[in-house]
Design a protein around this ligand. Structure first.
Ligand SMILES: [Zn+2]
Ligand SMILES: [Zn+2]
Length: 223
């Protein structure tokens, strides 16, 4: 335990026990996504690749996701949204890194974070998806592109909206700063939670229209 831990002890985001952000007992209850699923129908899919029958021309090609959005992972993601904590971020990063082997995504990818609208980012001071994307790229020696995908609309939160309403809410929310960097490239879009995937699918559409070869989604947790 270092000095700061002594003054501000870490408490488990799930049960409140002192010592770590996710205590051993809560960590053991994390539900991993052992069988990858298709981003369109969320049924089991080998390597997380979109089923050929589900594939849309401008849609996602696959989904990488580490755990279910429940218990300690849900608590951790909600906590980090409002206050960044490196140790907590590292737990989420490790959950993804340790799960990557299950997924059959293209080699040589460019990681992109789902951007927040500038106004929201200023209010929070950071974008968790961006920190995740940057750190994953660094860890695996992949490219990370900041500010290629930009958010042009400050949409309402997707929380609590139905699948159809989410789709309508996010439509037209993204744009590209440089179309020339997209053609023929493989992308992985990074966000913290994948629910219906409406946000990821909208971003994929913009990239595919600009000539992206493939677009995968990556999230810590599947809701
Ligand atoms: Zn706990
Ligand atoms: Zn499917």
């Amino acid at each position: 335990m270092d000095f700061l831990d002594f003054i501000f002890p870490k408490t488990c985001v799930s049960c409140g026990r002192i010592g770590a952000y996710i205590c051993k007992s809560c960590f053991s209850k994390i539900e991993f996504v052992e069988n990858p699923v298709c981003p369109e129908c969320q049924r089991q899919a080998i390597g997380g690749k979109t089923h050929s029958g589900c594939q849309k021309r401008y849609g996602l090609d696959g989904l990488i996701v580490a755990t279910k959005y429940k218990g300690p992972v849900k608590a951790a993601i909600q906590k980090i949204k409002y206050r960044f904590a490196w140790d907590l971020h590292k737990i989420l990063l490790d959950l993804i890194a340790d799960s990557l082997w299950r997924f059959d995504f293209p080699k040589d990818v460019i990681l992109l974070a789902i951007p927040l609208h500038a106004r929201r980012e200023n209010w929070r001071g950071f974008n968790q998806a961006e920190i995740l994307a940057k750190d994953l790229a660094r860890r695996f020696g992949e490219k990370y592109q900041s500010r290629l995908l930009i958010r042009t609309a400050d949409t309402k939160t997707q929380v609590g909206l139905s699948r159809e309403k989410r789709k309508a809410n996010i439509r037209g929310a993204f744009n590209l700063s440089q179309n020339s960097k997209v053609k023929g490239q493989n992308f992985i879009l990074v966000d913290d939670v994948f629910t219906t995937g409406a946000t990821m699918k909208e971003a994929a559409k913009v990239l595919k229209h600009a000539g992206a070869k493939s677009v995968w989604a990556l999230a810590v947790a599947l809701d």
